[in-house]
Design a protein around this ligand. Structure first.
Ligand code: SDX
Length: 428
C-alpha cells in the first residue's frame, strides 16, 4: 500500500521520510508511526485528520454524501435488503446466500431470550431511569451471565458473543421500555422477524397480543439498517479502544452505548424532538436559527451538521422517504414533520449553514418516524444503540482478527515544569 512518500522537514534536523498509504477508496494516509523516533508527536484533538485504523467494513465520502457497507451503497441496502442481511455483510464481508441467511437468522432467533435473572437486575433501577442508563447496565452485566464466550482470542467465542449481542439487544431494549411503564416484559417469539419481534415485545402485552403492522415492521427494519454502522465515529472508536485493552465484548458494547448517549452523537435524535417541541411553531424558527448562529449561545440545531458529511447525509434522505411512507400509512399529519421540513428549508437557505456545509443528518427525521410508530422519545437513542450493535461488534471482531495494539494516545503537556512540594503552612 505504500509507494509514495511524504517528507517532513523539522528545523535543525534531517528531513524525515514518511510512507503514504493508499486504500481502495478515499484519502491517502501519511503513516506517522515512526515519528516517536524523531522525538515528536502529531497533535490532532478530536481526531479531525487522523485515521486510527484500517478497515474494510464501511466507506464514507463526506463531500459526495456516499455511505457504503462492504461496497454496497446504503440506498440500495435500505431499499432491497433487510437488517439481518446487513448484519451478516458487516460481520462476514459478503451478503449471505439463501442458505447462509437462513442459518444466520436461526442462530439469531435462538439467542433472543435473556437469562431469566436479568429481570431481577432490571428491578434495581428506578422506573423513571433513562433507558440508556439501564442499557449500559444490562449490556455490561451480560458478561456476568455468559462466561462461556469471553475468551477474545478464541474466534468461536467472538462469533458467539456477536450473535448473542445482535440477538439480545431488541429484547433488552423492549425490557427497558416495559419496565419504565410498569408493564410485564414480553418474551421474544421465534416465529417473528427481527424488527417485527422487537415491535411485538415493545407494544404487545400478555393479555393482548396483536399482529405487528407490516409497514411499521418494515420501517423499523429500515431504521435499523440506516443506523447499523458508520466508520470510525465516536462510539465505534470507543468500542475499538475498549477492545484494544482485551476487555470482554459485552463491556466494549456497553462502553459504546455510553459514548453514543451524548447529544452530539446518538443522543441527537432525542434532542431533535425536544428542540422541535421548544421551537413549537414555524413563527419561532428564525429565533432558534439566530440562537444556533450565535457563538455565545451553546444552542445548536440538533440533527444538523456532521464531522464527515459536508453534503447531505445519504441516510437522512432515505429517512425522510420512510417518514413520508409511515405517516401516510398511519394517516398521521404530524405538525412536527411540517415544522422540521420548514426548519430544514430555512436553515439550508441561510448563508451560515451553507458556508459551513451543514445539512440534516441521520438524526433529523428519525425521531419523527419513531414517534409515529409509538416509541417514546427517551427510547430513541436506545433504538440507535440496538441497530449500531451490529457495526460495533463487526468492527470489534475486525480489530481482533487483524492484529492490534492497545490504544494509547499521547499529549502535548502545557502544565507546570518540575517544582518542589511545599508544606501546607507555607502555601497560599
Ligand atoms: C451522529 O460521526 C458519525 O458518523 C456520527 C453518526 C453515526 O452514524 O455514528 O453519523 C451519528 O452522531 C450524527 C450527528 C448527530 N449530532 C447532532 O445532530 C448534534 C448537532 N450537530 C453538531 O453538534 C455538530 O455538527 C457535530 C457534533 C455533529 C459535528 O461537529 P464538528 O465536526 O466538530 O463540527 P464543528 O462543531 O467544528 O462545526 C463547524 C462549524 C462551527 O462553527 P464555526 O466555529 O466554524 O463558526 O459549524 C458550526 C460550529 O459551531 N456547527 C453548527 C452545528 N454544527 C456545526 N452550528 C449550529 N448548529 C449545528 N448543528
Amino acid at each position: 500500500m505504500a509507494d509514495k512518500k511524504a517528507q517532513l522537514i523539522i528545523e535543525g534536523a534531517a528531513p524525515v521520510e514518511l510512507p503514504i498509504l493508499s486504500g481502495t477508496m478515499g484519502p491517502d494516509v501519511i503513516d506517522v508511526r515512526s515519528l516517536t523516533n524523531q522525538g515528536v508527536f502529531t497533535f490532532d484533538p478530536g481526531f479531525m485528520s487522523t485515521a486510527a485504523c484500517e478497515s474494510k467494513i464501511t466507506f464514507i465520502d463526506g463531500d459526495k454524501g456516499i455511505l457504503m457497507h462492504r461496497g454496497y451503497p446504503i440506498e440500495q441496502l435500505a431499499e432491497k435488503s433487510d437488517y439481518l442481511e446487513v448484519c451478516y455483510a458487516l460481520l462476514y464481508g459478503e451478503l449471505p446466500t439463501a442458505e447462509q441467511k437462513a442459518t444466520f437468522t436461526a442462530q439469531i432467533t435462538g439467542h433472543t431470550m435473556m437469562h431469566e435473572q436479568m429481570k431481577s437486575f432490571l428491578n434495581g433501577f428506578r422506573r423513571d431511569a433513562h433507558p440508556m442508563a439501564v442499557m449500559c447496565g444490562l449490556v455490561g452485566a451480560l458478561s456476568a451471565f455468559y462466561h462461556d464466550s469471553l475468551d477474545n482470542n478464541n474466534p468461536k467465542h467472538r462469533e458467539l458473543s456477536a450473535i448473542r449481542l445482535i440477538a439480545k439487544m431488541p429484547t433488552m431494549a423492549a425490557m427497558c421500555y416495559k419496565y419504565s411503564i410498569g408493564q410485564p416484559i414480553m418474551y421474544p417469539r421465534n416465529n417473528l422477524g427481527y424488527a417485527e419481534n422487537f415491535l411485538h415485545m415493545m407494544f404487545n402485552t400478555p393479555s393482548d397480543v396483536q399482529p405487528v403492522n407490516p409497514v411499521l415492521a418494515k420501517a423499523m427494519d429500515r431504521i435499523f439498517i440506516l443506523h447499523a454502522d458508520h466508520e470510525q465515529n465516536a462510539s465505534t472508536s470507543t468500542v475499538r479502544l475498549t477492545g484494544s485493552t482485551g476487555a470482554n465484548p459485552f463491556a466494549c458494547i456497553a462502553a459504546g452505548i455510553a459514548a453514543l448517549w451524548g447529544p452530539a452523537h446518538g443522543g441527537a435524535n432525542e434532542a431533535v424532538l425536544t428542540m422541535l417541541d421548544e421551537i413549537g411553531s414555524v413563527e419561532n424558527i428564525e429565533k432558534f436559527i439566530a440562537k444556533a448562529k450565535d457563538k455565545n449561545d451553546p444552542f445548536k440545531l440538533m440533527g444538523f451538521g456532521h464531522r464527515v458529511y459536508k453534503n447531505f447525509d445519504p441516510r437522512a434522505k432515505v429517512m425522510k422517504q420512510t417518514c413520508d411512507e409511515v405517516l401516510s400509512e398511519l394517516g398521521i399529519n404530524d405538525p412536527k414533520l411540517e415544522l422540521a421540513m420548514k426548519l430544514e428549508e430555512i436553515a439550508r437557505n441561510d448563508p451560515y449553514f451553507q458556508e459551513r456545509n451543514l445539512y440534516p443528518n441521520v438524526d433529523f427525521y428519525s425521531g419523527i418516524i419513531l414517534k409515529a410508530i409509538g416509541i417514546p422519545t427517551s427510547m430513541f437513542t436506545v433504538i440507535f444503540a440496538l441497530a449500531r450493535t451490529a457495526g460495533w461488534i463487526a468492527q470489534w471482531k475486525e480489530m481482533y482478527a487483524g492484529g492490534y495494539k492497545i490504544g494509547r494516545p499521547r499529549q502535548i503537556y502545557t502544565g507546570h515544569t518540575q517544582r518542589d512540594y511545599t508544606p501546607i503552612n507555607e502555601r497560599g
